[in-house]
Design a protein around this ligand. Structure first.
Ligand code: NAP
Length: 288
């Protein structure tokens, strides 16, 4: 099986980001990211720390606004609005999970689309859907970048996506469609999941269920991208794809070391793009 590693690609992306961040710093000030979080979740805390560390290495300023797990939806929204209006903040990420009852799409409406580096605002998703420039959710973009890096052809091929969240499944399906794949989206109510996934030449799995995809779910030679990140009892990380799939698939992305590092690298690349006025310089002002 070919291992679809994301490490080399992530390093390439990071190098470009660091160079761009240095240019921006030389031209005035370094790009700056604010991560807003409102949870005690350990996995989320780990994710936030890894973003902050990677940002520092790339020459991107970052800070975390921790509103606490008891934060109200309105206080999160107020914080996002304030950051959207702050010309010294180039990029905003709102982490999940959110406090009970708060919906990501609703709160993310308060993130200026020009600062929405993880493509969470429904405006960003709508622009993506209609082919207008917008930040795609970094994980979804990472899947496509990983496939491109390993020269996996998409045009005309049968692609199956397992998962339909607005963060991963739906935008991945859209990006595959944009590349002229023929796309099927599966979810928890899909009848006979294995029969559908066996039709895939390219299978992308983002269900958040460790080991969901066994060897009998995969047609021999298929390309399989595992987006799942599930904590294991020993403190490690497992994907949604059973290790036995390696004996059947033609190519398989590892967890960890596949989509994950590319996602983090793309998020930071998006920060430098936002600081450069992409996707639409008219959406906001930037100043020191
Ligand atoms: P999510 O919001 O929980 O969505 C999971 C999706 O999978 C839902 O659409 C759900 O169907 C579907 N699903 C769940 N169980 C299923 C089953 N038994 N059969 C078929 N479909 C099933 O999760 P998410 O935010 O999209 O994340 C998905 C996974 O990717 C998680 O493991 C997450 O940790 C990981 N992730 C990784 C990265 C990275 O950078 N590597 C980034 C983000 C997320 P319904 O819609 O019917 O409920």
């Amino acid at each position: 099986v070919t291992v679809l590693s994301g490490r080399e690609l992530a390093a390439d992306i990071r190098a470009g980001t660091a160079a761009r961040a240095a240019e921006l710093a030389a031209a005035g000030r370094p790009p700056r990211l604010t991560v807003v979080t409102a949870t005690d979740d350990e996995a989320s805390a780990w994710y936030v720390r890894s973003i902050a560390t990677a940002a520092g290495k790339a020459g991107i300023g970052s800070e975390v606004e921790d509103l606490g797990a008891a934060a109200s939806a309105s206080s999160i929204e107020a914080q996002l609005s304030a950051l959207s209006g702050d010309p010294t903040v180039d990029a905003i990420i709102l982490t999940t999970p959110l406090p009970g009852g708060a919906r990501l799409a609703e709160l993310a409406e308060a993130i200026d689309p020009g600062k929405d580096v993880d493509g969470a605002n429904p405006v960003s998703l709508g622009r993506l859907m209609t082919g207008l420039p917008a930040f795609a959710p970094a994980t979804a973009e990472a899947v496509l970048r990983l496939l491109d890096h390993h020269k996996v052809a998409l045009e005309g091929r049968r692609a199956v996506v397992v998962g339909r969240s607005a963060v991963v499944g739906k935008p991945v399906a859209q990006l595959l469609l944009d590349r002229n794949a023929t796309v099927t989206i599966c979810h928890s109510r899909t009848r006979d999941l294995a029969a559908v996934t066996r039709e895939a030449e390219v299978l992308v799995v983002a269900a958040g269920r460790a080991g969901l995809i066994g060897a009998d779910y995969v047609t021999p030679g298929a390309v399989v991208v595992d987006v799942g990140t599930n904590a294991t009892p020993d403190g490690g990380l497992a994907g949604d794809v059973d290790p036995a799939v390696a004996d059947v698939a033609g190519a398989l992305s590892p967890v960890p070391g596949g989509v994950g590092p590319v996602t983090t690298a793309l998020l930071l690349r998006h920060v430098t793009m936002a600081a450069s006025g992409w996707p639409d310089a008219r959406t906001r002002a930037r100043s020191a």
